[in-house]
Design a protein around this ligand. Structure first.
Ligand code: NAD
Length: 411
């Protein structure tokens, strides 16, 4: 099993080999500023008491308040949260937003909880950590298995505990126009990660020598994967395969994503979709295509399967889907990887917009949000590629160089 934090540190080491950063600066970045573990008691519906383990890692805040999502998953543990928090620090710096890196989580399978148990657990996470959270300290957001509704519970709990009347402590809140502007979610947050990924792809398409219309394969059909599939498809690209945790489907003629969303909603599975054939996740990753979009979990492309990959380009919308060993194999094969810290930074960028709107008491239109997002993603993409080209290295290392230069300057 790959330890995601070791992977993250292997990436940092690789950057330090390519670019001569101050040694103590790199040493400092090998641990977070703070990692906090809490134990959350929850009275279950059957009257028993269960204790859940929760985390918040505050990695680096040189550029601004810590920022990063909260993950609910049975496999969530401290090394995963530390890796994700480190990547958030890099990601915010790449995207050019004035925020630092943090991440949180709870070791839990939320599908096994009732709604009221889930609410108690989420409020408990805030009670355990309220001292270190706040609009100018640490601003959490949703990640895997956490939703806008959970952010509402959390923000409500935070306001009750602290007496602060602001929505700016949690982003990814729902778009509830009945609330004051300072407590609403932002337009566009739901699609932001997929859309940001599309803007990055579009900004780099020519330089990466991709055709005008690409064949696209997407792993994962949750928030990020389904939105990305829909956006690529709407923009004239052909999405030929998609998978979720139960397996995948393939149609060489292209899948109708709107109908597929409906099919999954009605049947709970991708399988059996009109005109498609079932494939496994391993087969999906090995398909010949222009663009492979991992949008599920970390460590899906490793030294074991990297040699089977036949795409031209990988756009990492998940966090950490390609291991450092696989990165090297893909680079040798001439397959460019557009890294997570750039490709999926649209999510945190619109989270930053939400925080900014909440602090200013403003509400921006969807068109305004998308225009600002596009400008920032294009700018970040061009700067990252220029850094990679200047050092004749991977795009990932280019992104890290850009981020580390920005963080080092502030530190
Ligand atoms: P999600 O829970 O909505 O979706 C995850 C999807 O992955 C589901 O469709 C699930 O069925 C699928 N999946 C699980 N195991 C799989 C497997 N073995 N093979 C194929 N598919 C599998 O989560 P999400 O919010 O879409 O996040 C997906 C990834 O994107 C995560 O790595 C997350 O950290 C990253 N990310 C999310 C955001 C965001 O805004 N939601 C922002 C940046 C990065």
């Amino acid at each position: 099993m790959h330890n995601p934090f070791q992977n993250a540190m292997a990436q940092l080491d690789k950057v330090a080999e390519v670019k001569d950063f101050d040694k103590n600066f790199i040493k400092k970045l090998r641990q977070p500023n703070r990692d906090v573990r809490i134990y959350i008691p929850v009275q279950m519906d059957d009257g028993t008491l269960k204790i859940f383990e929760g985390y918040r890692v505050e990695y680096n805040n040189a550029l601004g308040p810590y920022k990063g999502g909260i993950r609910y998953h049975p496999d969530t543990e401290i090394n995963e949260v530390k890796a994700l928090a480190f990547w958030m620090a890099i990601k915010c710096a790449v995207a050019g937003i004035p925020m630092g890196g943090g991440k949180g989580g709870i070791t839990v399978d939320p599908k096994l909880l009732s709604k009221s148990e889930l609410e108690k657990l989420s409020r408990g996470w805030v009670r355990g950590l309220s001292d270190i959270l706040g609009p100018n300290k640490d601003v959490p957001a949703p990640d895997v298995n956490t939703t806008p509704e959970i952010m509402t519970w959390m923000n409500d709990e935070f306001m009750k505990l602290t007496g602060e009347k602001t929505g700016a402590t949690f982003t990814g809140k729902p778009l509830d126009r009945s609330l004051p502007a300072g407590r609403q979610g932002s337009e566009g947050r739901g699609v932001a990660t997929g859309l940001g990924g599309f803007y990055v792809f579009d900004a780099l398409r020519n330089e990466l020598k991709l055709p005008e219309k690409c064949t696209v394969v997407v792993q994962g059909f949750g928030n990020v994967g389904s939105n990305a599939a829909e956006i690529f498809s709407k923009n004239g690209h052909k999405v030929v395969a998609i998978s979720d945790s139960k397996g995948g489907i393939f149609d060489a003629n292209g899948l109708d994503i709107v109908k597929l969303l409906e099919h999954k909603k009605n049947t709970g599975t991708l399988s059996g979709f009109h005109g498609s054939k079932n494939i496994t996740n391993e087969e999906l990753l090995a398909l010949e295509c222009d663009l492979l979009v991992p949008a599920a979990f970390e460590n899906v492309i490793t030294e074991k399967n990297a040699n089977n990959i036949k795409t031209k380009i990988i756009l990492e919308l998940a966090n950490g889907p390609v291991t450092p060993e696989a990165d090297e194999i893909l680079f040798q094969k001439g397959i460019h990887v557009v890294p997570d810290v750039l490709a999926n930074s649209g999510g945190v960028t619109v989270s930053y917009f939400e925080w900014d709107q909440n602090l200013k008491g403003e509400h921006w239109s969807e068109a305004e949000v998308f225009q600002k997002l596009k400008t920032m993603m294009e700018d970040a993409s061009k700067k990252v590629l220029a850094k990679a080209n200047a050092s004749n290295t991977h795009i990932r290392i280019g992104a890290f160089i850009l981020a580390l230069e920005r963080i080092q300057e502030k530190m």
